[in-house]
Ligand binder design. Structure first.
Ligand SMILES: Nc1nc(=O)c2c([nH]1)NC[C@@H]1CN(c3ccc(C(=O)N[C@@H](CCC(=O)O)C(=O)O)cc3)C=[N+]21
Length: 297
């Protein structure tokens, strides 16, 4: 029987733990975890994510601010805002929603965020700490960290001896995902558009993570029977029911679910975990700033 991994339920568990940790920190130190989300421009999908981040932050009892800037905001003005947030003692987590407009150098903005408040885990310091296994003081990117929690829950055991294949090599998902799996003792292969015989490689995976951004690319006959399949893709397709758009992953869910031992749906899989781990990283940041040992998630 295939297990459908309930990302929404696991995310709700994580959010409850975050709220309890936040209450404890507030009671013991008076420090209220604070998050700032910055969005430039009007991309409707981005606005939806930013709104749900604000809502979850309130649920966790955080101080939460949102800066919605016009699409013609200059790079210098955005740098100045990030510097102001870096210096603001009420803010423990800063997230600048990506992608940014073309006239702004996203890399420069990310490196301007203080590594201690980089709850996205994109700053070189945090990338380096993940790469060297310094997970106690790193911030790990939210989507791979959330995917890892789903994998651990689905398997309920150490990953030693298991083959993991990550399809996609982005800095945001593929590369950090590979590092996390390697840290957990899996044998990891990272595949991408130039990989030879991708279906055969995928069939070798006990853990298959799809993060390519191509709707329904990974088919059922690419999945090893019993494998754990994590679908990071969020692709909005036109022509769903009643002319509404339809959300699909990078995995062809119908055929893959027939092979997989456990599989994440889209929506309701990795997406809610991303937001939950953002809250977790923010409360951890607040604990660190108060000189307290941070909870683990
Ligand atoms: N600096 C930065 N950090 C991010 O983490 C970041 C970002 N920029 N830019 C955009 C992407 C996208 N992202 C998602 C978060 C939650 C869902 C999510 O909750 N999805 C729901 C469905 C939502 C829907 O219906 O659209 C689900 O999969 O069930 C999706 C996508 C975070 N991102």
């Amino acid at each position: 029987m295939t297990t459908v991994i309930d990302g929404k339920a696991v995310a709700a568990d994580v959010v409850t733990k975050v709220r309890i940790a936040a209450e404890k920190l507030i009671a013991e130190t008076g420090v209220v975890p604070g998050i700032a989300v910055v969005i430039v421009g009007h991309d409707p999908a981005s606005q939806v994510y930013v709104a749900s981040k604000g809502k979850k932050a309130k649920e966790c009892g955080f101080h939460s601010v949102e800066h919605a800037l016009p699409s013609d905001t200059s790079e210098a003005d955005l740098v100045a805002l990030v510097q102001k947030l870096n210096a603001d003692p009420k803010i423990h987590g800063i997230l600048v929603q990506l992608p940014l407009p073309d006239h702004i150098d996203a890399g420069k903005i990310i490196q301007t965020i203080s590594a201690d408040k980089d709850v996205d885990g994109f700053h070189f310091t945090n990338v380096g700490k993940l790469g060297t296994g310094e997970l106690d003081t790193a911030f790990v990117p939210c989507t791979p960290a959330g995917s890892m929690l789903l994998i651990e829950r689905a398997l309920g055991r150490d990953l030693s001896g298991l083959n993991a294949v990550v399809v996609g090599r982005s800095n945001i998902v593929g590369k950090p995902m590979a590092n996390l799996l390697l840290n957990a003792n899996a044998t990891v292969t990272v595949a991408h558009s130039r990989t030879k015989d991708l279906p055969a490689l995928c069939r070798s995976a006990d853990i298959l993570v799809a993060a390519v951004g191509r709707p329904e690319m990974i088919k059922g006959d690419w999945v090893k029977p019993g494998a754990t399949v994590i679908d990071v893709g969020i692709n909005r397709l036109e022509g769903g029911l009643n002319g509404k758009s339809k959300l699909v992953g990078d995995v062809d869910y119908g055929s893959a679910a027939e092979q997989a031992g456990a599989i994440t749906p889209v929506p309701g899989g990795v997406g809610p975990m991303t937001i939950a781990l953002l809250m977790a990283n923010t409360v951890v940041s607040a604990f660190r700033s108060a000189g307290q040992s941070a909870p683990r998630f």
